[in-house]
Design a protein around this ligand. Structure first.
Ligand code: ZN
Length: 143
């Protein structure tokens, strides 16, 4: 990891990358937001699980989604909970168009907190920390 990568990105509490979730945290290396998907019934699966929750098949594969999403709900954090990560910042739940209920809790970037709205169209942008790529979301310009 180069020092410049760390100095440019704010401090984060990083996830534990495992064999089961590596596709999700490292897909950003290819600029792809990836999930497990059932090859039998085509259900997207998140968080990762060994079995499809819909049809119980174990025939799962990693696939990339479009990276588009819309804001379902959000909160503006004004408390300095995390050292070196100054508020305010926007924590949001976004839903992906690929499947009803396919949602991520994420941070919105590139928009002042007061401008965030429910149903705002956003797209994924990755923030790199070594070999972990955190999926954050920014507004779609012109949406
Ligand atoms: Zn299935």
């Amino acid at each position: 990891m180069r020092a410049s990568e760390l100095s440019e990105a704010p401090f984060r509490i990083l996830p534990e990358v495992t064999a089961e979730n590596e596709h999700f945290w490292r897909g950003g290396a290819r600029n792809e937001l990836c999930f497990l998907r059932c090859r039998q019934c085509r259900t997207w699966i998140h968080p990762p699980a060994p079995v499809c929750p819909r049809c119980l098949a174990k025939d799962l594969a990693v696939e990339a989604v479009s990276g588009r999403a819309r804001v379902v709900t959000f909160t503006v954090n004004h408390q300095p909970w995390i050292p070196g990560f100054p508020p305010p910042y926007v924590i949001a739940i976004v839903e992906l168009p690929e499947q009803a209920g396919l949602r991520l809790t994420t941070q919105l970037v590139g928009i002042p907190p007061e401008d965030v709205r429910i149903d705002l169209e956003v797209r994924v942008v990755f923030e790199r920390h070594g070999d972990v790529y955190l999926p954050l979301f920014e507004p779609v310009v012109g949406a």
